[in-house]
Design a protein around this ligand. Structure first.
Ligand SMILES: [Zn+2]
Ligand SMILES: [Zn+2]
Length: 353
């Protein structure tokens, strides 16, 4: 079968690899319908290895480069291994890419995303979703109802991550939520904030195309943080107070600082952006404003709820899917398109068939 395989930084090849064998106990074989290109894939391509094991096998899974990329996927179960009861052949599923040890306190308490031995589909696993088939543990599969297409199903993972972040910040109906950065995660976080009942949802985004997309995704106001004074601008919309909750979705020094500044006194900042290095915060402002900063990683634990929101039509995938390509085109039409034309592209979906 064909697969996009990460060999080294700037060396990803679409090549023939053996199809996964019949799934062992506890695993299922899934035929990939669509898989989204994620920022993590681009980081691994341009600046990796970040999470891909290269020098030694991954301690939990034994996976090691070269690895097949791809972790935001939906597809059909085509074979089940011994002992699997959670899904059956023919089921349409979205996958949670997190693999845990199932034995530590975090895995046992329903917080597998915090497992110290954590591994990920498409990064530190024996397979990824930029391929025709992948074997995964049955616990990674979440049923898609008929109302949710495979294309939207491929958005479940990033959407669930934003849904969980908004939940962690405990957004209450009527509260003002600010989203910093209207890329794929920011646009989904906007929708998660609307679903949580936020009153105003204010996006901070300098790129014109992404400002438009933010409005389509439900932003009640958009602020250009480069050409406007962001604190004054949000002050005008909130009687000088700032946002009750800020979701940081960009992961650079300037946006981290901005997120703290536009939060109101007693406000909560939830950080989703992946910072490449430690970045400063205005601690005095945190102290005097009694603000809370928290992190949120992945969507483990809220997949079923996120899928339910999609089935009820509360999630709009249309503005987010800006490209659909075949696996052969992944380097040019996927990675390069997202790297060189960042503003026009949000989520590019890849089909191996
Ligand atoms: Zn991802
Ligand atoms: Zn664990």
């Amino acid at each position: 079968m064909k697969a996009a395989v990460w060999h080294a930084r700037r060396d990803v090849r679409v090549e023939d690899v053996p199809e996964p064998p019949s799934p062992p106990a506890g695993q299922v074989k899934v035929e990939v319908a669509w898989c989204g290109v994620c920022g993590t894939d681009l980081h691994e391509y341009l600046g990796g290895p970040l999470y891909i094991p290269t020098d030694a096998p991954h301690p939990l899974t034994g996976a090691q480069a070269p690895v097949i990329l791809g972790h935001e996927m939906a597809g059909k179960v085509v074979e089940v291994g011994p002992g699997v009861t959670r899904v059956k052949v023919g089921d349409r599923v979205a996958l949670c890419p997190i693999i845990g040890c199932l034995e530590c306190q975090w895995c046992k308490s329903g917080l597998m995303g915090l497992c110290p031995s954590i591994a990920f589909l498409g990064i530190s696993w024996h397979g990824g979703a930029f391929s025709q088939y992948v074997n995964v543990y049955d616990y990674m599969c979440y049923q898609l109802p008929p109302e949710v297409s495979y294309e939207v199903g491929a958005l479940v993972e990033p959407f669930a991550a934003t849904f969980r972040a908004v939940k962690q910040a405990a957004v209450k109906p009527g509260e003002t939520v600010a989203i910093v950065g209207a890329g794929p995660i920011g646009l989904m976080a906007l929708q998660s904030a609307r679903i949580a009942g936020a009153g105003q949802v204010i996006a901070f985004e300098p790129a014109t195309r992404r400002q438009e997309l933010a409005r389509q995704c439900g932003a009640t106001a958009v602020i250009d943080p480069v050409n406007q004074d962001p604190v004054a601008a949000i002050g005008e919309l909130t009687d000088g107070a700032g946002a009750d909750v800020v979701v940081e979705c960009a992961g650079i020094e300037a946006t981290g600082i901005l997120a703290g500044r536009v939060a109101r006194r007693k406000g909560r900042v939830v950080v989703m952006g992946v910072f490449e290095q430690p970045a400063p915060l205005d601690y005095t402002d945190l102290v005097y404003g009694e603000k809370t900063v928290m992190g949120s990683m992945g969507g483990y634990g809220v997949f079923d709820e996120a899928i339910q929101m999609m089935a009820e039509g509360k999630f709009n995938g249309e503005p987010l899917i800006t490209g659909r390509i075949g696996l052969d085109d992944i380097l040019t039409g996927g990675f390069d398109a997202l790297i060189k034309h960042k503003e026009e592209n949000v989520k590019i979906l890849v089909s191996p068939n």
